[in-house]
Design a protein around this ligand. Structure first.
Ligand code: NBG
Length: 817
């Protein structure tokens, strides 16, 4: 087909769907209707490939990865689909000819925000890579009715509004009611002896819901390969149980309905923190049980012995959230397929692998045994037996060491420890950056590592360059392609080809021009959304990520306050103008994180209106940070703030997105920063602060004394005092008192300044001075920025997925003609 024919065909399809969906002509449609019709036209292209992909899986009897995750932060789909189908030009021009603009239409799509932060976004990047590389996979998750809340800033404070992302319907999804599964909760377990004298465990008097899957296509780049993200919705059994109703059990019948209604209602908005709520455990079991039943049923349509399941299926557990996969798989294999314990254990332990994403203790999942056993009585029996057998093994290995037994037990102290269960049953345990994996092996999971060193391995995270460069930064993407060809799109290692141009003055200029244009684009966004004028010539110093104390947004805003004090005293101080840009959500119940947002906004209010300094510094908090505006923010950043307390950030992935877009890192030696610095060279980053070993040593020896630091540093003392002297709180002293106390006092069991903000302050200030100096030499800055892009090859999620595929999953690529 010629391009003209393709465009004609596409326009006809849009007109066709406009008619079918809305009984309208394209010229009469609303913007949302245009989005829907264009989406359906694209879906038309996708579905054939999707069917072919699945036919090929079947024909080749391919081994399939099931990526089990409570979160998939996919963001918008349309732009990515257009790019991956390689129809960008055709679609864009066809729409142009209709007087429409693809970008404006893309803007009509709500973000699919079925995730909190890095963990959910990683899952989404992984799906993109799995499809692009041609690995058969299902993402398995929940179709939350309300995704991550919408953040609104009122009077400087965060407020949460529901994210009704399905309001207009999701044109890309397909409801597959024929694959619905029943999921049971509560009741009790009874044992029946069957005709062969075998005990059968049966759950009775339970409540149940029907899990209905919705499939979303995950389109690979340029390869006709389409995997499936299968997210489950809950429905009441039989809509309303008239049986129960007639028996007078009206309340019970309504309870079933309510269970179905609540289970998929909302994503818990916690990042690196355990919610610990009964409903959360229900969500976990709900999607795990449905996904497993479905996966096994699918396997059994073409195989006859479930004992070989692990040859064709692998379940990757994205953190401990889906760990009930282990006992649920055991249950299905034993109770539904009649396997003996040993047989079922053999299959389970060959098919489950676990990824750890954090060492933060408040994120480690532990469920009270009474809750767990009440909600999942049969599953609990199985966990109990796994624990019993596991402890036999521990005692054999460490005789007379009950301390070990206590530390390692899956059931202890009235709790079910999900990480221990995942490690005991998984054949692989991985961390998400080299440093993180080392900390797991030598500190957090040391006992397990000593018992099973062979299970432990590292898989450093990655990001998809298709979304975060090709889609998010088209100017730079085109320029890179003009220099080194387009091989980088599917093989990011090739981007190292740019290294040859970093000394070239013309290339430096071109690179910086593109950055400038992207900064202008962001400045317009800020003007529109915040009403603030920012200067695109200033340094765009950016910290966007979830709000969390360990990520230390407080450290950077204290630095802003410090700089402001200095500039007020000396308005002629020689600093390059800066725009400090923040964005990120705080979990709705996390008061301290919310206070930090308020502080940032109060500082912004003051600084931006102070004519003595606002030519040199501005502070902006971008409301409702999410995947869609993130793409634009990364493209416009000069400096990437990655300043977590060393040892606390498992990997980070934002750090990689900034690097790819040519922003050097100011950061600690934490998470994947370590590997970023290794790739780009320490001279092309701004490293500061305690090392992870130093932090861990302080945590053990309890020798850290923040008071001493404050006593010795009057400028820092001034800044910290400003938290409570009314400088930023309209004269009142209470708004930030709690923050102040967290820095200066021991509170309950937590040390004063537990994240070493005061300790690292001076070294951070000094690193910021190096940034200021470096930026003034635009030639050498351009070189540094370009080198960041050039050396980002390692951080493609394609590389990460290749490692998972080869070293953990043992899956093969499949090609679809
Ligand atoms: C997060 C870590 C990040 C990491 C992502 C993805 C959790 C529990 N962990 O450092 O904090 O990049 O996981 O691995 O959300």
């Amino acid at each position: 087909m010629t391009k003209a024919e393709e465009k004609k065909g596409f326009k006809e399809e849009v007109a066709h769907y406009m008619k079918i969906l809305y009984r309208k002509k394209v010229s009469e449609a609303t913007e949302q209707q245009l989005f829907q019709a264009v989406a359906f036209a694209l879906k038309d292209d996708i579905v054939d490939r999707w069917m072919d992909t699945h036919k090929t899986f079947q024909e080749q009897d391919a081994k399939v990865v099931y990526y089990m995750s409570m979160e998939f932060l996919t963001g918008r789909a349309m732009g990515n689909i257009v790019i991956n189908l390689r129809e960008n030009e055709v679609v864009r021009e066809a729409l142009d000819e209709l007087g429409l603009n693809l970008d404006a239409i893309e803007d009509q799509e709500p973000d699919a925000a079925l995730g909190n932060g890095g963990l959910g976004r990683l899952a989404a990047c992984f799906l993109d890579s799995l499809s692009t590389l041609g690995y058969p996979a299902y993402g398995c998750g929940i179709r939350y009715k309300y995704g991550m809340f919408k953040q609104v800033i009122r009077d400087g404070a965060q407020q949460e509004e529901p994210d009704d992302w399905l309001k207009h319907g999701n044109p890309f999804e397909i409801r597959r009611s024929e694959y619905a599964e029943k999921v049971k909760f509560g009741g009790r377990v009874v044992v029946h002896r069957d005709e062969n004298g075998k005990d059968r465990y049966v759950q009775e008097d339970y409540q149940s819901v029907v899990a209905v899957p919705y499939d979303l296509p995950i389109v690979g780049y340029g390869n006709s390969f389409v995997n499936t993200l299968r997210i489950w919705d809950a429905q009441a059994v039989d809509n309303f149980s008239y049986d129960e109703f007639e028996k007078g059990e009206y309340i019970k019948a309504v309870e079933h309905q309510n269970l179905a209604r609540t289970i998929c209602e909302v994503l818990y908005p916690n990042d690196n923190h355990l919610a610990g709520k009964e409903l959360r455990l229900k969500q976990q079991y709900f999607f795990v049980s449905a996904s497993l039943q479905c996966a096994i049923a699918r396997y059994m349509t073409t195989h006859d012995d479930v004992r070989n399941l692990h040859e064709k299926i692998v379940f990757q557990l994205n953190d401990t959230h889906p760990t009930v996969t282990v006992p649920e798989l055991m249950r299905i294999l034993m109770d539904d397929y009649g396997l003996e314990w040993g047989e079922a254990w053999s299959v389970t332990t060959k098919s489950c692998a676990y990824t750890n994403h954090t060492i933060m203790s408040e994120a480690l999942e532990k469920w009270p045994i009474d809750l767990f056993s009440r909600l999942l009585p049969r599953v609990y029996q199985i966990v109990d037996e796994i624990n019993r057998r596991f402890l036999v093994e521990v005692r054999e290995r460490y005789p007379n060491n009950e301390e070990k037994v206590r530390k390692m037990a899956i059931l202890y102290d009235g709790q079910v420890k999900m990480a221990h269960l995942a490690i005991a049953a998984g054949f692989s345990v991985n961390g998400v950056a080299r440093l993180h994996t080392e900390i797991l092996k030598n500190q957090e999971l040391k006992d397990f590592y000593e018992l099973w060193p062979e299970k432990f391995n590292n898989k450093t995270n990655g990001i998809t360059q298709r979304r975060f460069l090709l889609h998010g930064n088209p100017l730079l993407a085109n320029w890179v392609t003009s220099k080194i060809g387009d091989g980088w799109i599917c093989d990011l290692a090739q981007i190292n080809g740019l290294s040859a141009f970093v000394e070239d003055a013309e290339c430096q200029k071109a690179f910086m021009d593109i950055k400038h244009q992207n900064k202008v684009r962001l400045a317009e966004y800020i003007k529109k959304h915040n009403g603030i004028d920012v200067d695109p010539h200033s340094i765009f110093d950016v910290q966007v990520k979830r709000l969390h104390e360990y990520k230390r947004q407080l450290l950077s805003i204290l630095h802003v306050m410090y700089l402001y004090n200095k500039l007020k005293r000396n308005p002629d101080m020689d600093v390059h103008p800066r725009t400090f840009i923040y964005g990120g959500k705080a979990s709705a119940g996390y008061e301290r994180a919310k206070a930090i947002i308020l502080l940032i906004n109060m500082v912004a209010e003051k600084v931006n209106h102070d004519s003595r300094v606002n030519g040199k510094m501005k502070v902006v908090f971008i409301e409702n940070y999410r995947v869609s505006n993130a793409e634009m923010i990364f493209a416009a950043a000069d400096l990437s703030e990655q300043i977590s307390t060393a040892s606390k950030e498992a990997s980070g992935t934002g750090n990689m997105k900034f690097m790819l877009n040519g922003a050097p890192t100011i950061g600690t030696m934490d998470g994947a920063n370590v590997e970023i610095v290794e790739e780009v060279g320490v001279e092309n980053a701004f490293i500061f602060g305690l090392s992870s070993d130093e932090v861990i040593a302080y945590e053990h020896n309890d020798q850290y004394n923040p008071k001493q630091i404050l006593d010795a540093d009057s400028e820092l003392r001034e800044v910290v005092t400003q938290l409570v002297d009314g400088t930023y709180s309209g004269g009142g002293s209470n708004l930030f008192r709690e923050l102040y106390r967290s820095l200066t006092e021991k509170m309950g069991n937590t040390r004063a300044d537990q994240y070493f903000i005061l300790k690292d302050f001076r070294s951070y200030v000094e690193a910021q001075q190096r940034v200021d100096k470096a930026f003034r030499n635009q030639g050498s800055w351009a070189k540094m920025a370009m080198l960041n892009t050039a050396k980002s090859g390692k951080f493609s999620s394609d590389r990460t997925i290749e490692e998972y595929a080869r070293e953990i999953w043992k899956v093969e690529k499949v090609s679809v003609k």
